[in-house]
Design a protein around this ligand. Structure first.
Ligand SMILES: [Zn+2]
Length: 91
């Protein structure tokens, strides 16, 4: 299943952080352990790695508190063969 990175920025004030943290906490332990935060170092973004069928499925599982500010990136890994093939195509 494709892997997605969801990044959501929020306002740099403690009330905004807490509003989102409460939303994640209320959603359940799974969401809390699968969300990483930059707040403690002054980078007010949250990141979630998800496995999902497609973009629509990702949007469905993003909490409403994040949905309007979320950036969704579909990720992949590369094999050595793919990298070699890309070099060939570039010439
Ligand atoms: Zn924050």
């Amino acid at each position: 299943m494709p892997k997605y990175l969801v990044e959501a920025v929020h306002e740099p004030d403690p009330a905004s952080c807490l509003r989102l943290l409460d939303a994640v906490l209320m959603q359940g332990a799974h969401y809390l352990t699968h969300t990483d935060w930059g707040c403690m170092v002054g980078d007010h973004r949250a990141w979630m790695l998800l496995d999902a069928e497609d973009d629509a499925a990702v949007k469905h599982v993003i909490l409403p508190a994040f949905r309007d500010k979320a950036r969704i990136a579909k990720l992949n890994t590369f094999t050595p063969e793919q990298i070699r093939a890309m070099h060939t195509q570039a010439h």
